[in-house]
Design a binder for this molecule. Structure first.
Ligand code: HEC
Ligand code: HEC
Length: 614
């Protein structure tokens, strides 16, 4: 995996800490740009105020490219950490931050004209995602600072960028994804993907000031209107109804929305979210993600990765509705005027998008095309495509990933595999996929991490053949066209690239904490390992554990692997338990399962420490 001579092993936290303290500088002569045939998969883009240069975060090349938009070429490319996700560019254009989701770090880049170098690497915590610089003092600390969302820890970290360390940490709702700051620099807006909420935090104290629940989930990029009145975030809405074609086309399985929350609600009133629907019956949009508001506040650009397009919408008269919701199909009036609502097909998977400073065009990071695209904001005309590098032919796994991300594989293009299994993990929602043999019992979306080690499949564990599950997902869950054998093999190859992550609840060297060691003994003493056996804490058996539902078509459940369980709430087949504590004290207790006495409070705390370390 270590493509760079100085690349860091994923979990060498002590080394990272050392580097952070010593102000690590990448030795220039050993920096090797990714080979030409590596997929770049740009996932986000930031533009410099000179209107000429841009930076991209290249998700699968573990690199950053500095590009010249006018000349249409890459100026330089440098390696960062594993799985870059978001970029924050300091307003003076001399420094930038990149979150490295799988390395648990933030890279600090120095930018000098057409040159970029890594200044230092800051270890930040589990699954760093959205990040933003912040101008004023935080908790009394002034200087060069940034906020970064830690998706796996449901927290925000405040970084002292110059010192290369975390100076504070504040809790958020589950799985913070992208973040932004209000134009006055006073508040941080956090979209919580599995928390189903927007958190507003004070940028000076980190205190959570407001939590605004949204209807739906999968919150992605967040943008604030230039007047500071609203924060916008794309979401999906679900009704947990069965995956029949009529239900899908009514928008009752997954619907795609643009949600906004007010930022200036008086203290004594409750802020209410509003939303507008983006889907046309018979021709929906899928996987809305990237978002940018034109500097004049009059247009909004939104990418829909699943349907390979960019939506350009007049923001001033989009019909946002608060109470009762916006309905499941787009208001037909909106479609009458292309200046009001335009769908621009870009191909591939457009993700991050941002307006140029003059508001005339939108720069889009297109993940599957390995390219940046520049689109005219008024006409939707493609101005330029800038290739970042990649293989001439996609690998089998890459073809599988493209299918996984493709909304057109579902009936009338409402959703992709990725809409529910975000990045191959889970979006935490319950969906009624027919995988349990019938309608009416929505189940929690299973994470696909480690899938190659955990046959049999589905909650009931009735299916032993991964290819069959993939086939059924394409044909039943998606109600899409019959796949070829090659399609199925490609998706399988992609799913086999999805690995569990090392838990952040371990010691920096990867060993168990003392509490987790005690918990391991409790786990064994309560005979939990009869069903959840090491190394992957599952067994192929089907067990009845008292959670069966009336008229279940398949009897009993397959013990889910407990690897990565720390970052998978809610729990159990219908997501009924919000925490591990709830699982073990209310629904899945030792006395019910193995006849052993239930845990004492100390045993329970230790057991949870152990489970979180898996
Ligand atoms: C609408 C949401 C949704 C979509 C879209 C979706 N899935 Fe799923 N998936 C689920 C749910 C819910 C389950 C659990 C169902 C059950 O066990 O009865 C599941 C289960 C699975 C499993 C079994 C996992 C395990 O550990 O046993 C696989 C594999 C899978 N899905 C792959 C896919 C693929 C590939 C696609 C796209 C072709 C896809 N899914 C699309 C929601 C979805
Ligand atoms: C007889 C087999 C069996 C034993 C023994 C057992 N489990 Fe389970 N476990 C299961 C099954 C089956 C499920 C899924 C049940 C469901 O969702 O309805 C499950 C689910 C879980 C979950 C939720 C996982 C998730 O992703 O939602 C946790 C956590 C868990 N078990 C921990 C334990 C612990 C700790 C013990 C020991 C006290 C234990 N289990 C003993 C079979 C077992």
């Amino acid at each position: 995996m270590n493509r760079w001579t100085f690349a860091l092993p994923l979990f060498s936290l002590p080394l990272l800490a050392l580097l952070a303290v010593s102000g690590f500088t990448a030795p220039k002569e050993t920096v090797v740009a990714p080979a030409a045939n590596v997929d770049r998969s740009p996932i986000d883009i930031a533009l410099f105020s000179d209107g000429r240069r841009a930076l991209t975060a290249n998700a699968t090349a573990d690199s950053v490219s500095l590009i010249d938009l006018t000349a249409g070429k890459v100026l330089t490319e440098i390696p960062v950490g594993r799985r870059p996700f978001d970029i924050a560019l300091r307003p003076d254009g001399k420094e930038a931050l990149i979150s490295n989701t799988l390395a648990n770090t933030v890279s600090v880049l120095a930018i000098n004209g057409d040159k970029v170098s890594v200044l230092r690497i800051i270890p930040v915590g589990d699954e760093p995602r959205g990040l933003t610089y912040i101008g004023g003092a935080v908790n009394g600390v002034a200087g060069n600072k940034a906020f970064v969302a830690l998706g796996g820890e449901s927290a925000l970290a405040v970084l002292d960028v110059t010192a290369g360390k975390t100076i504070a940490r504040y809790p958020t709702d589950a799985e913070p994804w992208h973040i932004t700051v209000t134009p006055d620099g006073k508040r941080i807006i956090v979209g919580c993907a599995r928390g189903r909420s927007v958190n507003l935090l004070s940028a000076t104290t980190g205190k959570k000031e407001q939590t605004i629940k949204v209807v739906g989930r999968n919150l992605r990029h967040v943008a604030v209107s230039p007047d500071g009145k609203w924060a916008y975030v794309p979401t999906i809405a679900e009704r947990m109804l069965g995956v029949t074609r009529p239900n899908i086309d009514r928008g009752w399985v997954v619907g795609n929305r643009l949600t906004r929350v007010p930022l200036e609600t008086p203290e004594d009133e409750r802020p209410t979210r509003e939303a507008t629907t983006l889907d046309t019956q018979g021709n929906a949009v899928a996987d809305v993600d990237g978002l940018s508001i034109r500097p004049d506040g009059k247009q909004i650009a939104l990418t829909a990765g699943g349907t390979h397009e960019l939506l350009l919408m007049r923001l001033t008269d989009l019909p946002f509705i608060a109470f009762g919701g916006p309905g499941d199909h787009i208001d037909p009036d909106v479609l009458d005027d292309p200046q009001r609502f335009r769908r621009v097909k870009l191909g591939g998977r457009p993700v991050g998008a941002t307006y140029t400073a003059d508001g005339k065009s939108v720069a889009v990071a297109n993940y599957l095309l390995n390219a940046v695209q520049i689109v005219d904001a008024a006409s939707g005309r493609m101005i330029r495509t800038i290739p970042l590098g990649g293989p001439s032919q996609p690998s089998l796994a890459r073809r599988g990933e493209a299918i996984f991300l493709d909304g057109d594989r579902s009936f009338n293009s409402w959703y992709s595999c990725n809409s529910c299994h975000t990045e191959g993990h889970t979006n935490g929602g319950n969906f009624d996929t027919l995988n349990d043999g019938g309608l009416g019992k929505p189940k929690k979306t299973l994470s696909l991490r480690g899938i190659q080690y955990t046959a049999p499949y589905t909650w009931h564990g009735w299916n032993k053949d991964l290819r069959q599950v993939i086939h059924d997902s394409l044909v039943n869950t998606m109600q899409g066209p019959e796949p070829t054998a090659e399609d199925v093999a490609a998706v399988e190859a992609y799913l086999k690239t999805l690995e569990w992550k090392q838990s952040p609840f371990r010691n920096p060297d990867g060993s168990l904490t003392d509490a987790a060691k005690r918990g391991e003994a409790v786990f064994a003493a309560k005979d939990c390992n009869t069903c959840h056996a090491a190394p992957n804490y599952t067994t192929p058996r089907i067990a009845t554990v008292g959670l069966e539902e009336k008229d279940d078509f398949y009897k009993g459940y397959n013990p889910p692997s407990l690897r990565g369980v720390y970052n998978r709430a809610p729990y159990l087949h219908d997501g009924r338990a919000r925490t591990l504590e709830e699982v073990l004290t209310e629904y899945h207790t030792p006395s019910q399962l193995t006849g052993k006495p239930d845990c004492t409070p100390t045993e329970l705390a230790d057991m949870i420490a152990f489970l979180k370390s898996l």
